[in-house]
Design a protein. Structure first.
Ligand code: NAD
Length: 477
């Protein structure tokens, strides 16, 4: 069985306690790998290594750092098959999607390799002085990530941190640490000084907490649940640490009466069900104009029937298992709650039947109609493959319902009218609005949430700024 050590100070190491755990495949419960499990002292060692490496890496020119990041991107691409396979085996998503995730992670390294060179300062001439404004790397960054995109979401942090001149300690998700660790190892192997890139495995309550509370870390970049983000923000406050938080979502998808219904149904099905709905910007609530709601919903069901469900290692599969029993149980609870409150089941709502499904956490993509805001599925983060449809009469009503949420990560709108597109997208309370597109992620643009979906931005040039501090040097004349 594959063995996954941690990476501390450039060396692959077991944990200080010697503890190991087995990672299982969510498609069939087979053991995939044995992983070394650290605790607070391991995290403290890694932070010290990152601190020791900081003067060397931050003192390296941005051009040289860019060269190393490009080499890292190449190395990640050369190890793509292995890293992608680990994603599928530990997380469940189809191999074709896992490969796309690793490609995107390599692209992030390339993007920030160049973006790091554009960390320009300012020169300000005053009457009695001249001012130079510098943007310098914050220091050691703690990078804490979830299991739904274990490599990509880490790459969004690793790439700008290194490009800015920071060193880091990564803490991958406890139940899916394998691919993320291989990704960081590839980045390290591209020519980083020992200690610039570290990985520690272990529970969030121990390893994560040490990374947050130890005075060595100066920046916490976190993606995960809103509740965990709240804890991190509170505990980082003690030392006024910089935090970036990418948290939960409850994304609305509005279909206007003038929308291209085929395009909207395809986009909705893909964004609601890919990765089994375990996507922070996944579609959670659908609002369809009453004039077209029935026609749209029929098209959505038709699209949903097309997905092939199975073990992600099968090249024909579109949807794998859910990540864990807990994820599937929560999804079932939300569906039962909605049905109990008057929603109607149009497709799914249960596990698929047949050979190959018994041992895994499989669930059918589920379409509901007659949904309303009394239902948990419309208010809480299901993080599962459920698309509940609700009819609306006016655009203002749709916008009001879309904004009736504590979350504000992504919102989608399908319309063929430019005025409607501008009117609605200016009023939707979300960090990203997709108009006639079902994805608000673009490497060159900022990504992040409003309200309880987060704080700060990743990607774009804002993604680099998240790892920089501003310094004003005033020269007397
Ligand atoms: P989670 O919050 O349970 O865990 C995320 C990471 O935090 C894990 O590595 C975990 O071990 C660690 N952690 C847990 N407790 C900690 C603590 N006290 N201190 C420090 N670290 C701690 O989230 P999850 O279940 O792995 O991921 C799913 C969640 O992530 C969903 O809510 C989803 O919406 C969110 N998410 C958000 C985005 C985004 O960009 N906004 C992207 C993907 C996922």
């Amino acid at each position: 069985m594959f063995h996954s050590p941690m990476l501390i100070n450039g060396v692959e190491v077991p944990s200080l306690s010697g503890k190991v755990e087995i990672i299982h495949n969510p498609a069939n419960q087979d053991p995939v790998a044995e992983v070394c499990v650290g605790s607070r002292p391991d995290a403290a060692l890694a932070l010290q290594a990152a601190k020791d490496a900081f003067p060397v890496w931050s003192g390296t020119s941005s051009q040289k750092r860019g060269e190393v990041l490009h080499a890292a991107a190449d190395l990640v691409r050369s190890r793509l098959d292995r890293i992608a396979q680990l994603i599928t085996l530990e997380q469940g998503k189809p191999l074709k999607n896992a490969k796309g995730e690793v490609r995107s992670a390599a692209d992030a390294l390339d993007f920030f390799a160049e973006e790091g060179k554009r960390n320009f300062g300012e020169w300000i001439a005053s009457s009695q002085s001249r001012s130079i404004v510098l943007r310098q790397p914050i220091g050691v960054a703690a990078l804490i990530t979830p299991w739904n995109f274990p490599v990509d979401l880490l790459a969004w942090k690793v790439a700008p941190a290194l490009a800015a001149g920071c060193t880091f300690v990564a803490k991958p998700p406890s139940l899916a640490p394998l691919a993320a660790t291989e990704f960081v190892k590839a980045v390290h192997d591209a020519g980083l000084p020992a200690g610039a890139a570290n990985v520690v495995h272990g529970p969030g309550s121990e390893v994560g907490a040490e990374l947050v509370e130890n005075p060595i870390s100066r920046k916490i970049a976190f993606t995960g649940e809103t509740e965990t983000g709240r804890w991190i923000m509170a505990h980082a406050a003690g030392q006024i640490k910089r935090v970036s938080l990418e948290l939960g979502g409850q994304s609305p998808f509005i279909v206007c009466k003038d929308a291209d219904l085929d395009a909207a149904a395809a986009a909705c099905a893909q964004r609601a069900f890919s990765n089994m709905g375990q996507v922070c910007i996944g579609v959670n609530r659908v609002y369809a104009a009453e004039e077209i709601a029935d026609e749209f919903t029929a098209k959505l069901v038709e699209r949903t029937l097309r997905f092939k469900i199975g073990n992600g290692m099968d090249p024909d599969v579109d949807l794998g298992p859910m990540f864990s029993r807990a994820q599937r149980d929560r999804t079932k609870e939300h569906v039962a709650d909605a049905l109990g409150k008057g929603a109607q089941l149009l497709f799914g709502g249960c596990e698929p039947e047949g050979d190959g499904y018994q041992k895994g956490f499989f669930f059918l993509p589920t379409v509901l109609c007659k949904a309303d805001h009394s239902m948990r599925v419309m208010r809480e983060e299901t993080f599962g493959p459920v698309a509940p449809v609700c009819k609306f009469k006016t655009l203002d009503e749709a916008i009001r319902l879309a904004n009736d949420s504590e979350y504000g990560l992504a919102a989608y709108l399908f319309t063929n009218d430019l005025k409607t597109a501008i009117y609605a997208s200016e009023r939707l309370e979300a960090g990203g609005v997709g108009v006639n597109i079902n994805n608000v992620v673009d490497m060159q643009a900022p990504f992040g949430g409003w309200k309880q979906s987060g704080l700060g931005r990743e990607l774009g040039h804002q993604g680099l700024e998240a790892y920089l501090e501003t310094k004003h040097i005033r020269l007397g004349l």
